[in-house]
Each structure stands twice: as C-alpha cells, then as structure tokens.
Design a protein around this ligand. Structure first.
Ligand SMILES: Cc1ncc(COP(=O)(O)O)c(C=O)c1O
Length: 314
C-alpha cells in the first residue's frame, strides 16, 4: 500500500452515468437552508463569519450531521453524545442543551420532512496564535437544516457501489469529528475522479480503517467484520446502529479489522453512514467483491435498517 500508483487503478462505475453525476455533483440547495447562527435565525447564505475564526485559521472546530426522516432527527441522542464528546476532546465549552433547543426550533421552522441537520461549533474568533486564546473567546455555533430529497445514494444502494483504495493520510485522532477533513476530501475527490462512490482508506499496516466519510464492513464466512473503535476511526453513529441490526438478524459481528489483502476472500463489503445508510460495495480497484452483486447479508441489514425506521415510526 505504500506504493500509491497501485492503489489508483481505474474502477468502472456501477451506477448509471446520470446517478453517478448526482453523487459527484449534488444539487446545490444548501444556500436555501435555514440557519441558526449563534441564536439568530437567517438563511444560510446570509451567515457571515470572521476570517479570524479559529475554524478558518486552524480547523479548530467540530461538527455533527443528523438525518431527518419524516420531520424527526434520527438517532438524535447518539449524535448529541458524540457532539459532547468531540467538544470535550478539543476542550471547547458550549451549552449543548441550548444548541439542541436551537436545532429543534430551526427544524420546526424549516418544516423539512426529509432532510439533514448540520451542527458546527468553533472555538471562536481571536487574534491568530496557535495556543488557545487567553481570556474571553466565545464559541461560534452554527446549526442549519436543509432538504434531503434527491437521495444521491438511491441507485448505488440498490446496484452496489464501486470504490478505490487510497492510503489513509489522516491524523491520529480520527475519533474526533473535527472539521479537519482535508485528507478525507482528497480521498473522496480521487475516488470521484475514478468514477467511484467512495474511497476505502488503507492504513500503513494494510488494514482498511474506514471510508472517507463512511464506516466500512466486510463479510467473510457469514461474519461481519469492522475496525474496532480506536483513534484511527470515527465512531460512526450508523456503525453503532448496524451492530444492533446485525444482532437482530442473527449475523455475528466482530470488531476485527480486515486488510487490503483480505479483499479477494470477502464475500461481501458494505459501507454505512448517516446519508448513505447501508451501501453495498461490489467493486474495489476494478475487482469484483464476492459475486460482484450486493450479497444476502448486506441485503438483510438494509432491510433491517428500513424496518427499524418503520418500527420507530420514522
Ligand atoms: C470518516 C467517517 N467515517 C464514518 C462516517 C459515518 O458516520 P455516521 O454513521 O455517524 O454518519 C463519517 C461520517 O461523516 C465519516 O466522516
């Protein structure tokens, strides 16, 4: 894997050209979103932030993304717990209960049924110096709610997605949901340029840690494998749900990493994420995974995800 050239083999897209285009270029509706900026409601496009905000200068900020189904935030408690943890880890104090109140109010006023909630908290604005600002520095708090009606993953969720392996060049605290996503963005762009839906990130020891913005799971001999929680991966909220769904489906799940060299032995491979849900992967670096079609374990987990939504009345 240290040899980059071998990791960028062309993989033919599985999705048809128009749906792939939607993944690569989602409709630009974000400016229409309703935002709450430090307690003030406004269209997202009207929010103004100082260039001295530490998120702009240093990436000194954390974020969350929640999916809204039928007007209700999905797995809200889990996302808020991760938000609190991220804040703690970067030592920003923020009144999360107040933020939750703003989030719910923004969602109510936006009247969005199928949507996304984005939350970001930065350390705030201060004269540029690496160490934390002395004295008063008020965090900047953003919430916005946008429509998620054109689901870019609808086609690959059915047909399966093509992916590429790319070296994992991120820092050593990937468990913090920080806005420092340059390595993730470079990997996602590389995947898109190769006609793929996602990049699988490969650590120096050959293990597949996760995707650029999704958690990764392999299926081998009836067992689901995924990287254990560690500073090398984000503790995905959908990953957590997946473990519960696997238990319901009587599919054993082991928190054991798999390697690039295991790919030919995998029966199935899939990704999870807040917007992608459970996404089958049928190709990596141009090579088919298993039969080259979404497999029965992935299908069962996709069905369990849908059933969970129905049961919870989402
Ligand atoms: C690196 C990374 N891994 C996994 C995920 C999936 O996490 P979740 O299920 O909470 O959306 C994300 C989501 O953005 C991510 O950025």
């Amino acid at each position: 894997m240290a040899d980059y050239s071998s990791t960028f083999a062309f993989a033919a897209p599985i999705a048809d050209a128009s749906s792939l285009q939607t993944i690569l270029d989602p409709p630009m509706t974000t400016g229409d979103a309703l935002a709450n900026w430090n307690g003030e409601l406004m269209p997202l496009r009207d929010v103004r932030v100082s260039v001295l905000d530490r998120a702009f200068l240093f990436g000194d900020a954390i974020y969350e993304v929640l999916r809204v189904y039928r007007g209700r935030p999905f797995l809200e408690a889990e996302h808020l717990e991760r938000l609190r943890r991220s804040l703690r880890e970067i030592r920003v104090s923020c009144d999360v209960d107040r933020l939750v109140h703003r989030m719910r109010e923004t969602l109510r006023l936006a009247q969005v049924q199928e949507g996304l909630i984005y939350i970001q908290v930065t350390r705030g604005e201060a004269p540029r110096t690496h160490r934390f600002p002395q004295g008063d520095c008020r965090p900047n708090e953003l919430v916005y709610v946008e429509e998620f009606t054109a689901d870019p993953y609808a086609v690959p969720r059915e047909a399966g997605a093509a992916t590429v392996t790319i070296p994992d060049l991120r820092w050593k605290r990937c468990d913090i949901k920080s806005v420092n996503l340059l390595a993730n963005c470079l990997a996602a762009q590389q995947a898109a340029e190769q006609g793929c839906v996602e990049a699988l990130l490969v650590a120096a020891d050959g293990t597949i840690t996760e995707g650029s913005h999704m958690s990764a799971f392999g299926v081998m001999d009836g067992q689901v494998l995924t990287s254990p929680l560690s500073p090398s991966i984000l503790p995905g909220i959908t990953r957590g749900l997946l473990a519960r769904l696997a238990a319901r489906c009587d599919v054993p799940l082991q928190e054991t990493s798999f390697r690039v060299t295991d790919l030919p032995q995998l029966d199935e491979l899939f990704l999870t994420g807040t917007t992608s849900e459970v996404l089958p992967v049928v190709q990596v670096d141009g090579q088919a995974i298993g039969t080259g079609r979404p497999g029965p374990v992935t299908r069962a987990l996709q069905a369990a995800y849908r059933q969970f939504l129905e049961e919870q009345n989402w």
